[in-house]
Design a protein. Structure first.
Length: 285
């Protein structure tokens, strides 16, 4: 009787192993990793592109319920490296590729998904409504340290900017600061949201952010040849507002599978409506 019991147990164990093997091989109708519904991808990089990537993910997954898209920030440099080295399926960037990145990752493909502008923001209680680009440069290189030097109240200027991984910082440094050194007292944050929160809570602060980060702060007009140009979508699209740039998603070679589907969605009519709803500028009609 004991022998019959052991034999039965062995048979059950062998059968279990066989079933597990067949399921792993896809022979019993189990979902393999090649099944589109079971795919997962990662999207990482620019915090400027982050709201677009996240909202697009939410909408995409509503009609692709069994897919998984992991979206995170970290900065444009993080996105470029992750896409180039294959640690993410899609990288995001709010700046163009540097020559060394193009050389190091020759297979990177840029997908121009939207346009954006960089806004100068201050606390809503600040009386200053407009600055010339030269004044902005003077604030960020340390020439101006008090708001009364640029037409404001007698109050110290608290300079706020992005960290070195930021594509927004790269663009701001080249276009506004003309590659001069940032003032050493600048407080650095690793996200647009961090700057937005700091400015909203600090009366004397000034910072720069992407278009989607204006809640609780005041966006300044830029003085262009004596005319105050506000950062409205109309004036950004018509190039009257001077600080604008393209936004990219990056893939290592031409994308396929779920990455291709997700990128196609971002560029679709619905995806570009999401871009517009977040106050960025669509690139497809």
């Amino acid at each position: 009787m004991t022998g019959k019991s052991l034999s039965g147990t062995t048979a059950v164990a062998v059968a279990g192993i066989l079933v597990a093997f067949l399921m792993a091989a896809g022979c019993l109708g189990g979902q393999s990793s090649d099944t589109p519904g079971s795919q997962q991808i990662t999207v990482t990089g620019s915090t400027t592109v982050l709201p677009i990537a996240e909202k697009a993910r939410e909408a995409f997954e509503e009609s692709h319920a069994s897919t998984g898209i992991m979206v995170s920030g970290g900065g444009s440099s993080v996105g470029v490296k992750a896409a180039g080295e294959g640690t993410a399926d899609i990288g995001t960037s709010s700046r163009d590729l540097k020559p060394e990145e193009t050389a190091g990752y020759p297979d990177l493909v840029k997908h121009h998904i939207a346009d954006d502008a960089i806004l100068l923001i201050v606390n809503p209680g600040n009386a200053v409504d407009r600055l010339a680009l030269d004044e902005v440069r003077g604030i960020y290189n340390g020439t101006y340290t008090n708001w009364n030097q640029v037409g404001g109240p007698d109050a110290q200027i608290v300079v706020v900017g992005r960290d070195s991984a930021s594509g927004t910082r790269e663009f701001f440094s080249e276009y506004v600061l003309k590659n001069e050194d940032f003032v050493k007292t600048q407080e650095e944050f690793n996200s647009n949201g961090g700057i937005q929160q700091k400015i909203s809570q600090t009366p004397g602060a000034i910072g720069y952010v992407g278009l989607g980060y204006t809640e609780g702060v005041k966006a300044l007009a830029l003085d262009v040849n004596g005319t105050a140009v506000e950062p409205t979508l109309e004036k950004i699209t018509s190039k009257q507002y001077p600080i604008s740039r393209p936004l990219f998603m990056l893939t290592n070679g031409e994308p396929d599978g779920l990455a291709r589907q997700y990128l196609d969605f971002v560029m679709s009519g619905e995806g570009q409506q999401i871009v517009a709803s977040l106050d960025y500028i669509p690139v497809q009609g």
